[in-house]
Design a protein around this ligand. Structure first.
Ligand SMILES: [Zn+2]
Length: 224
């Protein structure tokens, strides 16, 4: 199904999927504005594309209500995401590309990876379940591990949590998080929360002292 869709279509479906994962489990449709913002495009072009995707049976879209993936749309999104996350893992583990650079490379390569090469990469890596940022890699059959919807920003003062995954698309944030040890699996304790919008003062197990995270960055770290 993937080979019948353009890169642009694949990017929209992927963005919609990621927004659906990040919303609350009982969430409603994704607002057009949220999708446009994530893709860095205008609301007008997003609306046009959603109409096209609805015609193709890949999304359900109602004006003023937003959009959601149909089962077919979800299948395509998961295929692209499988490519993306396998490529990130391959680039990081086999080629030694830093974790803040693999996303940009995978964004391009995900659209041109053949099924044959995808299979070879997966078996060479031992069919990994997670990418370097802690995101679950969908299986060939479209199965995917349930991701947490709780962010580090939501952890109460004095509480601890384990990092599940971090957002992969802001290289500066990834470099900072790696420097202070906020990596998938790390145990974090929230020491103190600044007034209003933070910052969040945290302690990372195995690291001395405390570090500060803005609300923006703490909201892109998901925990269990
Ligand atoms: Zn990525």
């Amino acid at each position: 199904m993937l080979s019948q869709t353009s890169s642009a279509i694949q990017d929209y479906l992927k963005a919609l999927y990621v927004l659906e994962v990040e919303r609350e489990p009982d969430g409603t449709a994704i607002p057009t504005t949220a999708l446009a913002q994530r893709l860095g495009v205008s609301a007008a072009s997003t609306t046009n594309m959603l109409k096209k995707l609805a015609t193709l049976g890949l999304v359900r879209h109602a004006p003023y209500r937003g959009a959601e993936l149909t089962p077919d749309g979800r299948t395509v999104a998961l295929e692209v995401i499988r490519h993306h996350r396998l490529l990130e893992t391959y680039l990081a583990e086999v080629m030694g590309v830093p974790w803040d650079e693999v996303h940009a490379e995978a964004e391009v390569l995900e659209h041109v990876l053949s099924e044959r090469l995808e299979d070879r990469i997966a078996s060479m890596l031992g069919d990994p379940s997670f990418d370097p940022h802690g995101h679950p890699i969908p299986g060939k059959d479209g199965s995917v591990a349930q991701a947490s919807t709780r962010t580090l920003w939501e952890v109460a003062e004095g509480d601890s949590a384990a990092v599940e995954r971090v957002s992969d698309d802001v290289p500066e944030a990834l470099r900072y998080l790696a420097r202070i040890g906020v990596l998938p699996g790390a145990a974090i304790t929230v020491l103190r929360r600044g007034p209003l919008e933070g910052p969040l003062f945290i302690e990372v197990e195995g690291h001395d002292g405390s570090d500060a995270l803005s609300k923006e960055v703490a909201s892109t770290v998901w925990v269990r």
